[in-house]
Design a protein around this ligand. Structure first.
Ligand code: KIV
Length: 272
């Protein structure tokens, strides 16, 4: 078996770190089934995210809160069958990681039954023990700060996070603590661009933004937003890449190109 890396070598945590070190942007899109995972992977993203956003865009629910472990395993397994090269990141759903022990069992399920390469969970300091418990056992983890959609009922809506000085400072500290606990990647959602730039600069792990400005190490969008097929209101940070393209694959390739070249996100997709 050859160990020589090639253009099509599988993306790993080490690949993502190298991209950050080299200042090359990381492209990520969500996918929830084999066909879209294959297309997204073929478009050249480094990370396919089976997000619990599937609760809203696939299941038609109001929030991600009702999404279950069985839902995530089902969609992860389907996406895993489609994707080839990208790293498959899978969300841990609401209350599936309320304790470190519960998180370990459920993350193992996502990897063994769902084919996940990395699990993602929302939360700051409160997740430090869970992150160190998972990563010490060989489970790669993506932490998720800023707007945490599983907490929408506590937050009272999908609002930009970290605008006040104290909240910004807490986010910087949470990011550092999660990195020290072993987190491999950080996602920042709906965060002022200047704060996201500060966090990205202080971290050695890659930081992927969604509504977090142009200075993150990479970008992620919900696939249905990127294709302009989300029902109802789309977030300010989303861009529909279909206009100007006559097929889905071309729109996905345009998204990857825009992330790589830094033309997405533009100022109208960002928060102050
Ligand atoms: O569930 C999801 O799709 C996500 C992204 C919005 C980052 O968490």
């Amino acid at each position: 078996m050859s160990t020589t890396s090639s253009h099509t070598a599988a993306v790993t945590v080490a690949t993502l770190r190298k991209l950050k070190r080299n200042g090359e942007k990381i492209a990520c899109l969500t996918a929830y089934d084999a066909s879209f995972a294959a297309m997204v992977d073929g478009a050249g993203v480094e990370v396919v995210l089976v997000g619990d956003s599937l609760g809203m865009v696939v299941q038609g629910r109001e929030t991600t809160v009702p999404v279950s472990m069985d839902d995530m395993v089902y969609h992860s397994r389907a996406a895993a069958r489609g994707q080839r090269r990208a790293l498959l990141m899978v969300d841990m759903p609401f209350m599936s990681y309320a304790t470190p022990a519960q998180a370990l069992l459920n993350a193992a399920r996502l990897m063994q039954e769902g084919g996940a390469h990395m699990v993602k969970l929302e939360g700051g300091a409160i997740q430090v023990d869970t992150v160190s418990n998972l990563t010490a056992r060989g489970i790669p983890v993506c932490a998720h700060l800023g707007l945490q959609p599983q907490s929408v009922h506590r937050l009272g809506g999908y609002r930009v996070q970290g605008r006040e000085a104290a909240a910004a400072e807490a986010m910087l500290q949470d990011a550092q603590a999660l990195q020290e606990a072993g987190a491999d990647v950080l996602i920042l959602e709906s965060v002022p661009s200047a704060l996201a730039a500060r966090i990205t600069a202080q971290m050695t792990i890659p930081v992927i933004g969604i509504g977090a400005g142009p200075d993150c190490d990479g970008q992620v969008l919900v696939l249905y937003d990127m294709l302009g097929i989300t029902q109802g209101k789309t977030p300010k940070f989303a861009r529909n890449f279909m206009p100007g393209h006559d097929n889905v694959q071309a729109a996905m390739a345009a998204y990857v190109e825009a992330v790589k070249s830094g033309t997405f996100p533009a100022p109208e997709h960002c928060f102050d």
